[in-house]
Write a protein that binds this ligand. Structure first.
Ligand code: PSU
Ligand code: MN
Length: 307
C-alpha cells in the first residue's frame, strides 16, 4: 500500500473482499456548501450508499495523510472548518503532505486517492471544467486532466454553466474521456436537466456503465469516464432563474478580479446567495441521486471484476 495513504478499516475490508466501494470528495463539504448542511449532506450521502449495497469512502487529506474513509468526527471537522481547510487539487498534494497539513479534496485529488486505494467509482455533485473566458484566462480545471489520466469513474450531475460547457466537452474529447448521459442524450447542467449540448453516449443501466468502464481498463486504455446523471425532475430549477444568477455571479467575479482556485468556490457561494436557499436544496438532492447510481454501478463493477 502507498506509504502516504490510510484506508479506513471498513473500506479496507470491503476492498479485500471485492465488495463495492464508492469514493466521495471533501471540497464539496468544506468549500461547496455551508455548515451544517454540508455535514448533514455528507453523512446522508454515506447512508444512501450503504442502503444501495456499497461502502462509502469519503476522501480528504488530514495531518498530511491521504485518507480513504473518514469518521463522523472527521467529516464534522471538515464541515465546521469550511474554507479554513485548503482546497486541494493535484498541485497542492505534495505541499500538504510534506507539511502535514489538512486538505479538502477536489474531484482531481479524490480520483488520485481513490485510485491509490483501489476504488473505481466516485460520486459527487459537479465537476470542474473549462471556464467561460478561458480563451484569455486559460482557467481550465485540473479535474479534466485527471479524468484523462486516472482510472476512476466519476458520477456527477453534469456541469454548471459557470463553465463553458461546449469547450469542456471539446477538452474531454481531445483527451479521450467518454462523457456518458445516464438515461439522456443531453448533457445535464447540474441544476437543470438540459444544457443544449449532447453527450457522447446515452446509457440506461448501471450494468452497462460498469461494463463500459471495465472494458476501458481491460483494453489498457486507462483514464477515467464521466457519467452525467440529470437531477430528478422534481428538484430541478427554473432555467431562467438559475442562469440569471450564474450570469450575475460570473460578471461579479470578473469585476472583482477573482481568479485561480478561488473562482469556483466564489461562484458557487454567490449563486447560492442569489437564489436564496433554492440552489442548495437542489444541490443536495442531485448529490443523493448520484450516490444511488454510483452505489448500484459499483455493485455491478464488483461482479465483473470477480469474473
Ligand atoms: N463544481 C460544483 N461544485 C463543487 C465543485 C465544482 O458544482 O463543489 C468543486 C469540486 O470539488 C471540483 C472543484 O473538483 O470545485 C473544481 O475546482 P477548480 O475549478 O478550481 O478546479
Ligand atoms: Mn481553475
Amino acid at each position: 500500500m502507498n506509504k502516504y495513504l490510510d484506508i479506513a478499516p471498513e473500506v479496507q475490508e470491503a476492498l479485500a473482499a471485492g465488495k463495492p466501494v464508492v469514493a466521495l470528495e471533501s471540497t464539496i463539504i468544506s468549500h461547496g456548501m455551508p455548515y451544517p448542511q454540508n455535514v448533514e449532506t455528507a453523512l446522508q450521502v454515506e447512508g444512501i450508499i450503504r442502503e444501495n449495497g456499497a461502502v462509502p469512502a469519503t476522501i480528504a487529506v488530514l495531518g498530511g495523510r491521504l485518507k480513504a474513509g473518514l469518521s463522523k468526527e472527521e467529516i464534522d471537522y471538515l464541515g465546521k472548518a469550511g474554507t479554513a481547510v485548503a482546497k486541494a487539487s493535484r498541485r497542492d498534494l505534495p505541499v500538504l503532505v510534506a507539511e502535514g497539513r489538512d486538505g479538502a479534496t477536489t474531484v482531481a485529488t479524490t480520483m488520485i486517492i481513490a485510485n491509490l486505494a483501489g476504488i473505481s467509482v466516485f460520486a459527487t455533485g459537479g465537476v470542474g471544467g473549462v471556464h467561460r473566458g478561458a480563451e484569455t484566462t486559460m482557467d481550465i480545471s485540473a479535474d479534466l486532466e485527471e479524468l484523462a489520466r486516472t482510472p476512476v469513474m466519476v458520477v456527477c450531475a453534469g456541469a454548471k454553466s459557470i463553465l463553458d460547457l461546449g469547450l469542456t466537452l471539446e477538452y474531454l474529447e481531445t483527451h479521450g474521456v467518454p462523457v456518458i448521459g445516464y438515461g439522456t442524450e443531453e448533457l445535464p447542467a447540474f441544476y437543470t436537466r438540459k444544457s443544449g449540448f449532447k453527450v457522447d453516449y446515452r446509457i440506461d443501466r448501471p450494468e452497462t456503465l460498469a461494463k463500459t468502464f471495465y472494458v476501458k481498463q481491460d483494453m489498457g486504455l486507462g483514464g477515467g469516464m464521466l457519467v452525467t446523471n440529470p437531477i430528478p425532475e422534481e428538484f430541478s430549477m427554473d432555467a431562467d432563474v438559475i442562469n440569471k444568477a450564474i450570469n450575475e455571479a460570473v460578471a461579479e467575479a470578473k469585476t472583482l478580479g477573482i481568479h485561480g482556485k478561488d473562482t469556483t468556490p466564489f461562484l458557487l457561494a454567490k449563486i447560492k446567495d442569489l437564489t436564496g436557499g433554492d440552489s442548495l436544496a437542489s444541490n443536495i438532492q442531485l448529490v443523493f441521486n448520484n450516490a444511488r447510481l454510483a452505489a448500484k454501478t459499483a455493485a455491478e463493477l464488483s461482479k465483473l471484476a470477480k469474473n
